[in-house]
Every structure is written in structure tokens, then in C-alpha cells.
Ligand binder design. Structure first.
Ligand SMILES: [Zn+2]
Length: 143
């Protein structure tokens, strides 16, 4: 089975665990690390709405908490039949933290998917390297 198809399938399985009593919008994600390990995640909502966590960030956080910071692909699944599920802006930035040259598979409920890179989803992004460029403080940064 193709890597993409398998990863999308895992994201669909992860979607089954979605905790979304408020939006009823189930999302699952599966991230493939550079060494071939897969971590999955689902959206986790909260009665305090802004605290809700997206599936993509759940999956990536699970991987990072296990020592993985190098990723090849993340697949995302939802129940949408007619359009490919697209990561929100916060998740795009969250992915960007770990590089811009890796792939995002955005799927439909039938398992078909569209591939874009993190760079394509978040052009002209701000990342860890940009922080290092700011090592020459001027103005009022006297801390
Ligand atoms: Zn998101």
C-alpha cells in the first residue's frame, strides 16, 4: 500500500477518537517521522472553547514528547466528503516550527488526498531560524 494511502487511513482511524461535543466536526491526523514512526491525534475540544486543540497539533505534540522532531508527512482526515480538509493557520505555523519542506496530505472522507508542502501552505513564514537572526538587539530590549 502506498505510504500516502496508509497514512491517510491512520488519520481516519485517529478521527474516530475525536472529542468534539461542541463542533461535532471530527478531525484526525497521522504524522510520519523521518525514521518511519507514526503518531496519531484527534481534535480535543473544551467547554472553554479557545482551549480546544486540533488533531494536527495533538499528533505532532505526541511525537515531540516522545523525542521526535523530524517529520516527513502529516495526513489529515475529516468527515468532509466534497472537499479536502485543510489545516488551520495555527496548525500551519505549528508544523512550520519543524521545517517547511515536508508534506501535508489533506484528505476527503473517501481517502483521496491532495498534497501540499508546509512551505506552500504557509509562504514567507516565520520560523526558528528567524529568531536566531535577531541576536543583535536594538531599541528597548535590555533584558
Ligand atoms: Zn488547527
Amino acid at each position: 500500500m502506498a505510504v500516502g494511502t496508509e497514512l491517510v487511513q491512520k488519520s481516519q482511524e485517529a478521527k474516530e477518537q475525536a472529542y468534539c461535543p461542541y463542533s461535532k466536526f471530527r478531525v484526525g491526523a497521522a504524522v510520519l517521522t523521518s525514521d518511519g514512526t507514526v503518531f496519531t491525534g484527534c481534535n480535543v475540544e473544551n467547554a472553554s472553547y479557545p482551549l480546544g486543540l486540533c488533531a494536527e497539533r495533538t499528533a505532532i505534540s505526541k511525537a515531540v514528547s516522545e523525542g521526535y522532531i523530524s517529520f516527513k508527512v502529516i495526513a489529515i482526515a475529516s468527515d468532509l466528503e466534497d472537499c479536502f480538509i485543510s489545516p488551520c493557520g495555527a496548525c500551519r505555523q505549528f508544523m512550520r516550527e519543524f521545517g517547511s519542506q515536508w508534506d501535508v496530505y489533506m484528505s476527503k472522507s473517501d481517502g483521496s488526498y491532495k498534497l501540499m508542502t508546509v512551505e506552500e501552505l504557509l509562504p514567507c513564514s516565520f520560523g526558528p531560524d528567524d529568531l536566531r537572526k535577531g541576536k543583535n538587539p536594538v531599541g528597548n530590549s535590555k533584558l
